[in-house]
Design a protein around this ligand. Structure first.
Ligand code: FMN
Length: 338
């Protein structure tokens, strides 16, 4: 879970409790990723993975840029309210995220992770290129791809991955859809699992909207593994911001929405003032929109203002447990025969 929640401590304790945690390489520099992996390795943890954002392939068009400019104009009053300045939008400036050059450090992270010989990498936001998968295999690293449709499952399988994470529509955070502009599929996790199962013969991990023990347990007997995000957001070892933790248990939030308002890519989070005000015309322009709203989200965090924070959460967030990773895992699996 990029953006803070995934930490070396969460990953190490998940392994100790019989699970497998993933460090989030997304939004981090190569140096930060290396540092976090080395912390996990120094702790003696051998069962863990690192998650990567596959960069988009489509360049930013003039109409994309125009849409981002219009969106920026809409956000200016909020920036004034917080007394912060919105980033400039220079089409040739990588820092604006509009040049098409922002690959989240992909070209630095791949060689760094190959050198670190991590046990597993997982990919989201796109199909990992076959040559990258093959280079990871050469150093003994297994590869997982997150998919949201049977078509994506076929493509990832053709790229040579070892297993698939099948992400259903209830998932918290960003939908993994390969085409950043496509609307995320609404097929239920159950139907999607069946559709993927019928077209590929790889181990399948299910994820999305599974937070309560009653939601997780049936899948443990059906899928090869279950991946959870929201269930660990309020774990003691997570790096989740205190305001975000509090929001997960705050009764003023009554539903989640899937919105592009914060990042320019579809993601599910708690419905708040920002999602209500800006979801309708947010352009499909990741990472430019993410950059734009970054200053606003930081200002909202400084002001303790939950209405302008991205509060990513799956549909079953009301069951978010508290406690240590070990306690949470016990709560989810107690009474089950291994
Ligand atoms: C705060 C947050 C951050 C996330 N960051 C990532 C990420 O960096 N990479 C990724 O592949 N998935 C990410 N996800 C999605 C999860 O991998 C997973 O698909 C989702 O949490 C499953 O749904 P659930 O939250 O209902 O368990 C994130 C989810 C959340 C809630």
């Amino acid at each position: 879970m990029a953006g803070g929640p995934s930490t070396p401590g969460l990953v190490t304790t998940a392994a100790e409790a019989g699970g497998m945690g993933f460090l989030a390489a997304g939004y981090r520099s190569v140096e930060e990723v290396v540092e976090q992996v080395e912390m996990v390795q120094r702790a003696g943890t051998t069962v863990f993975g690192v998650n990567l954002f596959v960069p988009g392939t489509r360049p930013t068009s003039p109409s994309d840029l125009a849409a981002v400019r219009t969106y920026r104009d809409r956000l200016v009053p909020l920036a004034r309210h917080y007394g912060v300045e919105m980033p400039r939008l220079d089409p040739d400036d990588d820092r604006a995220g509009t040049s098409g050059a922002d690959d989240d450090g992909w070209h630095g992270k791949i060689p760094a992770l190959l050198d670190l010989r991590v046990p597993m990498v997982s990919f989201t936001f796109g199909c990992p290129p076959a040559d990258v998968v093959s280079r990871f295999h050469q150093v003994g690293t297994a590869c997982l791809a997150t998919v949201t449709s049977a078509g994506e499952a076929r493509r990832a399988t053709a790229a040579g991955v070892d297993a698939l994470v099948v992400q259903g529509p209830g998932a918290g955070g960003h939908r993994a859809v390969f085409d950043a502009r496509a609307n995320p599929p609404e097929q239920s996790l159950d139907d999607l699992f069946g559709a993927v199962r019928s077209v590929v013969d790889l181990p399948l991990v299910v994820t999305g909207g599974l937070t309560a023990p009653e939601e997780v347990r049936p899948w443990l007997g059906r899928a090869d593994a279950v991946a959870l995000g929201t269930a660990f957001l309020d774990a003691e070892e997570a790096g989740t911001h205190p305001l975000y933790r509090a929001a997960l248990h705050d009764s003023r939030f009554t539903q989640t929405v899937v919105t592009r308002a914060f990042s320019g890519r579809w993601a599910r989070g708690l419905r708040n003032g920002f999602t209500d005000a800006y979801s309708d015309r947010a352009p499909a322009a990741y990472p430019a929109v993410n950059r734009l709203t970054g200053v606003l989200r930081a200002a909202a965090a400084r002001s303790g203002d939950l209405d302008n924070l991205s509060l990513w959460a799956g549909t079953s967030w009301q069951h978010t447990p508290t406690g240590t990773v070990a306690q949470i895992m016990r709560g989810l699996t107690d009474g089950l025969v291994a």
